[in-house]
Design a binder for this molecule. Structure first.
Ligand code: NAD
Length: 388
């Protein structure tokens, strides 16, 4: 794929060669590695490729133990008596996954006297207080790129299922009913629509690439980093520097930026007023980028026709979370699922292998792949988490 990512990675690589030899790990020293993963239950026993689960432990246990390291794995992450709170006190490495995030707040990081590295098994490290990690010289590494295609496919699917009014059509069939007009009254083609992405990095760009065969009218993007002209041309993308102006032109808006100080609550009641009336909004980036209640209200009022995605402001989402059941005035427009777009079995194989490779580098004191470094020793290495 042509991308500005290559030049970004080159710049990062130069910086990395100056700063990123692993700071203090010594080969073969027994250390405590703590992993917070999601519980896989029966499915994980039956399907060993569910690597990102408590049961299958990213495939790391025998390898880590053969080197004398202690490996604690749990899904217990809430409250002062949780496995996370107890074991983080002396763990040197913490692995967590965005699908069941161990929230590493500043308070928790303050108790982690021995912590040197946080690894995200996946992409998106907002569950770590990154500023606190910078201050404490804790590295934050993720398996960059490991699931970006998985997510881009999910975004395209969700755009289609909302625009074409798929979910209520399927539910009608399961109920035993058949009333074509009830579905068709709110079903459209994607062809000829304007699609805009907030964030045009690895996922946002791949979404636009995958939309090309649908003969959409135009692709817009809002990102503080401009794409190279050739990359823009390839996906017929036009950069709009004002977010309100961009959303006012879009039939479909998709959110593909990381969660940080500059994106938390970015899609709020004020911004939603600027959306084209009846637009569709898809967010697989992070739930907290969209204001929960403002989105539900916009769907109810008809300002949005549909909202879909897989990310929630708190995960697991509480049973009464309004996004589970919110609907538009026609009783449709909800494309929400649990957080799984980036944890397909294909993605799990990639992020499990990537996690192992990050650990190997750390244990051996070798440089990390620069693209994987969100926070290096004492400073941000990635530009994706806000302009600093
Ligand atoms: P990336 O770093 O390649 O791209 C992110 C882009 O967002 C960058 O171009 C950056 O400049 C831009 N950006 C940052 N702040 C912005 C802002 N305020 N406004 C507009 N653009 C902004 O990251 P990626 O691999 O494309 O992933 C993006 C995010 O998607 C991740 O951080 C993660 O939160 C989420 N994600 C979700 C899943 C899932 O399973 N649902 C899986 C992977 C990633």
């Amino acid at each position: 794929m042509f991308s500005r990512l290559a030049s970004r990675q080159l710049a990062a690589s130069r910086a990395a060669s100056r700063t990123l030899a692993s700071p203090s790990a010594s080969w073969n020293r027994g250390m405590k590695v703590l992993a917070i993963l999601y519980r896989g239950g029966e499915a994980a026993k039956q399907e060993p490729r569910l690597l990102g689960t408590v049961e299958n432990e990213l495939g790391l246990r025998s390898w880590l133990e053969s080197q004398g390291h202690e490996f604690i794995v749990s899904d217990d992450k809430e409250g002062p008596n949780s496995v996370l709170s107890q074991h983080i006190k002396d763990a040197e490495v913490v692995i967590t996954t965005p699908f069941h995030p161990g929230y590493l707040t500043k308070d928790l990081i303050d108790t982690a006297k021995n912590l040197k590295v946080c690894v995200t098994a996946g992409v998106g490290s907002d569950h770590v207080d990154l500023n606190a990690a910078v201050d404490r010289k804790i590295q934050v590494l993720e398996v960059t790129g490991s699931n970006v295609t998985s997510v881009a496919e999910h975004v395209v699917m969700t755009i289609l299922l909302l625009v074409r009014n798929f979910v209520p059509a399927h539910e009608m069939i399961e109920r035993g009913d058949w009333m074509v007009s009830d579905i068709a009254r709110n079903a459209f083609d994607l062809e000829g629509k304007v699609v805009g992405t907030i964030g045009a990095g690895r996922i946002g760009y791949r979404v636009l690439e995958r939309l090309m065969p649908f003969d959409t009218k135009e692709h817009l993007y809002y990102d503080y980093a401009a794409l190279p002209q050739e990359a823009e041309k390839k996906v017929r993308a036009r950069r709009v520097e004002d977010l309100k102006e961009m959303v006012s032109q879009c039939d479909v808006v998709t959110v593909n930026a990381p969660l940080h100080e500059g994106t938390k609550g970015l899609v709020n009641a004020d911004l939603l007023k600027h959306f084209k009336k009846g637009a569709w909004l898809v967010n697989t980036a992070r739930g907290a980028i969209c204001d929960k209640d403002a989105v539900a209200a916009a769907l109810k009022s008809g300002q949005l026709t549909g909202y879909g995605g897989d990310v929630w402001n708190v995960q697991p989402a509480p049973k009464d979370h309004v996004w589970r059941t919110m609907k538009n005035s026609l009783g449709a427009g909800n494309g929400m699922v649990p957080h799984y777009s980036g944890t397909t079995l294909d993605a799990q194989a990639r992020y499990a292998a990537g996690t192992r490779s990050i650990l190997e580098n750390y244990f051996k004191g070798q440089a990390q792949n620069p693209a994987n470094i969100i926070v290096g020793v004492g400073k941000y290495e990635s530009k994706a988490y806000g302009q600093r």
